[in-house]
Design a protein around this ligand. Sequence first.
Ligand SMILES: Cc1cc2nc3c(=O)[nH]c(=O)nc-3n(C[C@H](O)[C@H](O)[C@H](O)COP(=O)(O)OP(=O)(O)OC[C@H]3O[C@@H](n4cnc5c(N)ncnc54)[C@H](O)[C@@H]3O)c2cc1C
Length: 466
Amino acid sequence: MSSSDEQYDVVVVGARCAGAPLATLLAREGFEVCLVEKAELPSDTPSTHVFEADALAFLDSLGVLDELRATGAPMIARADARVGDVRWPATWPVRPGDPGGVMSVRRFRLDPVLVRAAQDAGAALLTRTAVTDLVRAEDGRVTGVRVSTATGDGESRSGTGTAPRGGAGEERVLRARLVVGADGRASTVARLAGARSYHVTPNQFALFWSYFADAEIGDPTFVFHRWADRVVLGLPTDDGLYQVQVGVDPARLREFRAGLPGSLLEYARASEPVAKALAGARLVGEPHGTTHWKGYFREPTGPGWVLVGDAGHFKDPTAGRGIGDAFLQAARLAETVTGQLGGGGGDAAELDEALRRWGAWRDAEFVEPYWFATDIGSLAPLPAVLPEVLRGMRRAGVADGLFEMVNHRARPTDILTRPRLLAAVGRLLARGRLGVLREVVQLAAVDRHRRALGRRPQYEAPSLPR
Ligand SMILES: Cc1cc2nc3c(=O)[nH]c(=O)nc-3n(C[C@H](O)[C@H](O)[C@H](O)COP(=O)(O)OP(=O)(O)OC[C@H]3O[C@@H](n4cnc5c(N)ncnc54)[C@H](O)[C@@H]3O)c2cc1C
């Protein structure tokens, strides 16, 4: 180790939904944490920004909810839900003590609130500073990162401790007992560590979204409509704006793009409540779009490193779960790291084993929602059995329970239970819908395939040798 190297307990690469809360929680436990971010902050990132009851409870526990409320984003308690031909007004399920059901805050507002919490907790923050390499011990263990600072001073710190040294354009080494890759889908840490991806699924719909002023918001409601070849979401976000998001079949992409913004409006207005909200509204700014991505899990950890948030796992955004899942992972990872590195602990083998268990938890926790998000984001027509299950749940007065899945408080198999599925198939058959039998056979085959993948993942080759 050179005398100019800086030493931390934990270096967290990436300062948004996964990295910033993790840094906050670890710094609050008294660890020396450095949060490294290549972007300038505050800045936007190509993502919509709906999060749900579990995420709101987490943000409350972090102590940042008042700042988020101050952005003007309302707490949303209602949903206008449509799945296939079943539409119903839902009350978003919450638990006692939850601050609310759904919120949407644009990322250039949300992420800085999270970063400020990390700084207030005492974490060092390096912005405009990219991790360019991993530093390894002779046995290959990751013991730090090499960083390069773009321009300007890029550094800020509150709390106590040693301020980072170095200036613009300079390369330096940050040593740590643990390096966390919270650096998103194109994770440098994952690439340099050689983490392989598995359960890889390319997207099907492309996503476009826009903001509108002067929308008729009324009782704040999250419109979630998925029917035929359409996905339309609409809800109030911060600053009095109304956010609209649509899924577009890539076969229509050229035409859709050429027709923007009118094509987006036309798509959105196919959903009756969104059309109503937009009746007197005006578009603000240019529409945003993302046309290509992949869902995946990545090998979560290795000696001295771990991946959290999108760096380790990404799923179809139609499910609106990336932010909440990043929080869930960060909270659990902070507990694991604290248990290992706290109180003078620091046995490397024990840390690696604890992180391996954390990784196994991540996969078990998110695999069902992952496949469900893949299905919701699929261009294939929704299986008839899904709306039929919801019709049955509506009759039983429990359809709002669907959103417990979106709160990550129920698994898809808790909602799409065997008795509900069998009853739905029976009703469809009684109505002469014999095609449901073929559908059930196909669904069972897909399920078997996914279970087999769970036992024996198919890996994509990493882009660098391990
Ligand atoms: C189109 C779209 C819509 C979405 N909509 C929603 C939604 O409505 N609700 C929801 O919950 N989720 C949504 N998501 C998912 C959500 O955006 C992510 O799950 C979430 O941003 C994950 O946060 P993260 O901190 O892991 O990664 P990111 O937010 O990607 O942050 C990673 C950070 O790492 C930094 N970084 C990268 N490389 C380096 C490096 N070498 N050195 C230093 N820093 C580096 C980047 O600059 C970035 O700031 C959507 C995603 C997409 C693509």
